[in-house]
Design a binder for this molecule. Sequence first.
Ligand code: MG
Length: 332
Amino acid sequence: MSVDPLTRATASLHGLALGDALGSQFFVPAHRPLLGSRTPPPGPWQWTDDTEMACSIHRVLTDHGRIDQDALAASFAAHHDFDRGYGPATGRMLRLIREGGDWRTLAADLFDGSGSWGNGAAMRVAPLGAWFADDLPQTVRQAELSARVTHTHPEAVAGAIAVAVAAAVAATHADLSPGRFLDLVAEHVPPSMVADGIGEARLLLTVGDPLLAARVLGNGRNVTAHDTVPFTLWAAARHLGDFTRAFWTTAAAGGDVDTTCAIVGGILAARIGIPDHWMRMVEALPAWAEAPGLAPDVPAAGRATPSRRTAAPTPSRDPGSGGHAAEHRHRR
Ligand SMILES: [Mg+2]
């Protein structure tokens, strides 16, 4: 593709932020009925930790052209905003890094030395996949490096690899069936529960009901990589040419909605662009990210596929109980 890495990664970052910011709106109890009618709530929509961490990835790639893990850890820690919905383990670790702790030791020691298998490495990585989209082995390597700064468990790493490769494939393959998309991703994901889930997602591509798919694949409710990533890839695969339908399909399943929608938005944005009327509702990205504004007409792999911006009604679905804080309480 002729599109340069920065343009692709920036488009992905804005798509991630849109998914995160709009998705998180449905943790507000008053907004939940709007899911049923596929009506966006009033703006502005604030993004959460997913976007904040993705901004660090984008910034490190802009500055270094690759994942410099020390720079990434320093950026995560420096820009950690407690009020953005971080999970407690990640929040504590970032505070300790700010106080001089070694990210390598802190990340490896989480959860009695198992490392975190949360979805936090996957939720922020799509722009990296868009950046390295011309080189899938490099996408895999860099995704793993980015994950291990906070998430060392193999499932979390596999989840990050899967999302990064998905973003890369989506950005560079113009003609792509849902099955081919998942097959290309699966080729690069190491054996894991995440990989098994992608295999199940492949079998569920003929299913149109996101609630049914999520019942098998998960919806991020447990905030693990394997409970989150397979469903997001199913949703992205089903709607490779339509950002709006991909969003509503993902949000309808409930669970960790800001993160599932961030992942899907990040995967699709470098392929098909972002609805302008939605993008205008999203809180601006932080100045420190130094991310360019979104080009009005991002050249994209999937532009050959007509994008339908209107969505059919879907049965009402409560995104889950407990509100935003509760949804993140168990993130690892
Ligand atoms: Mg979040």
